[in-house]
Design a protein around this ligand. Structure first.
Ligand SMILES: C=CC1=C(C)c2cc3[nH]c(cc4nc(cc5[nH]c(cc1n2)c(C)c5CCC(=O)O)C(CCC(=O)O)=C4C)c(C)c3C=C
Ligand SMILES: [Fe+2]
Ligand SMILES: [Fe+2]
Length: 371
């Protein structure tokens, strides 16, 4: 240990490889006050809402934070689990699944920590956990398969903001997008096939991704194309890519009055029965974990909208969450991004280096005690 209580690397102790798994974040409780705190941080992020600051400050603090927390709290209460917010609970399960896989496959010591872009545990807390574990090399993995500035780049901002305050900045890599990763595509296809095996196929398979303002697309955000690419690759795996009546892509969770990516999920769901779709399955491959946007907006409201519009059978295909094939896929994405880092090399003998480090430390202590 050095005087900061950190592991001392000078004697050859192998470095810990740090993996920071992040997601969007969630309120601490399904209450108005917790929602207010969470939404205040979330909606003030210029990557999320890029309106001019003074005007947005007035709208946010004067209107939105006085009305939305109450409404959103009620929605969260309807999906909250005994262990907490589904998004956070599932992220912890993913952490365990990844830690187990990486400990078995990475030769050196490896630590997987989690962090949330908004709320807790914060990005700063997650990075600090890795620092305290002695990680001088850190891979940041935002669990958003499709890059968007509002999510992935915002995480990048927060990581770099945090590291600005560190005296000793670690070596950092960042996963920007894994929307075409074959393992990821395969696990989405598997989850759909398994759902079909249990419930039968529906007339239509709807891919619903979280929306963003249309303006962001026009300014160069590749998110829209990445979502479409994911959906196309999954339908290729399912052998239905060219069967354009059987599947489509839409965008959910519109916020405010501006134009967002279209078609909108809610309008699409309401319109399908009139086109002869009696049974509908919705899958949300942009959400790596189930959360308010899938459990409440799709599984609850989506079903209600579909049945009211004359649909007969509705099914929500769960997110990949901590499924084994999902964890294998994400571990493979991590493996690709840690190539060339000595801890990750398969010819790296972690154990003998560790022992050597121990011997060096004992020698140093012995010398120290003679002086
Ligand atoms: C205001 C603009 C918003 C943009 C742009 C946006 C993009 C975006 N969001 C996700 C993923 C999630 N969003 C979630 C909740 C949520 N999103 C917004 C607003 C925008 N999102 C709000 C205000 C909320 C909070 C709930 C509410 O009050 O309606 C969640 C769920 C979190 C949970 O706790 O369960 C996720 C996940 C993506 C992927 C994305 C852009 C691609
Ligand atoms: Fe969102
Ligand atoms: Fe596009």
């Amino acid at each position: 240990m050095n005087y900061l209580g950190e592991p001392d690397y000078r004697h050859g102790t192998p470095q810990t490889l740090g993996i920071l798994v992040t997601n969007l974040g969630t309120p601490d409780a399904p209450t108005r006050s917790a929602l207010r705190r969470y939404l205040k941080q979330f909606l003030w992020d210029p990557r999320v809402v890029d309106a001019p600051r003074p005007l947005w400050w007035v709208i946010l603090n004067g209107i939105i934070l006085n009305t939305r927390p109450q409404k959103s709290a009620a929605k969260y209460a309807s999906i909250w689990w005994e262990e907490g917010s589904p998004l956070l609970v599932i992220t912890k399960r993913q952490q365990e699944g990844l830690q187990e896989r990486l400990s078995a496959s990475v030769p050196g010591p490896v630590k997987v920590a989690i962090a949330m872009r908004y709320g807790n545990p914060s990005i700063a807390a997650g990075l600090d956990e890795l620092r305290r574990a002695g990680a001088r090399r850190i891979l940041i993995l935002p669990m958003y398969p499709q890059y968007a500035a509002s999510t992935t780049a915002s995480t990048f901002d927060e990581v770099t903001n945090t590291l600005r305050q560190w005296r000793w900045v670690p070596e950092v890599r960042f996963v920007m997008s894994y929307h075409t990763d074959p393992h990821y595509i395969q696990s989405v296809a598997n989850s759909i096939r398994e759902y079909w095996a249990e419930h039968g196929e529906a007339d239509h398979l709807l891919f619903s991704f979280h929306g963003i303002p249309q303006k962001y697309l026009e300014e160069g955000d590749p998110y829209h194309c990445f979502c479409r690419a994911t959906a196309r690759l999954v339908t290729e795996k399912l052998g239905m890519a060219n069967d354009s009546d059987r599947w489509s892509v839409c965008f959910q969770s519109r916020f405010g009055k501006a134009q967002w990516l279209t078609p909108y999920t809610q309008e699409t769901i309401k319109g399908l029965p009139a086109k002869g779709v009696k049974s509908l399955h919705v899958v949300c491959p942009g959400f790596s974990a189930d959360c308010l946007e899938t459990l409440e907006e799709i599984a609850d409201e989506g079903e209600e909208d579909f049945l009211h519009a004359g649909g007969e059978k509705f099914g929500y295909i769960p997110a990949l969450n901590a499924r084994d094939d999902h964890m294998d896929a994400v571990a493979a994405v991590i493996q690709q991004h840690i190539q060339g880092w000595p801890e990750a090399q398969s010819d790296y003998d972690g154990e003998s280096l560790r022992q050597e480090g121990e011997r060096a430390r004992e020698r140093a202590l012995a010398i120290g005690s003679k002086n």
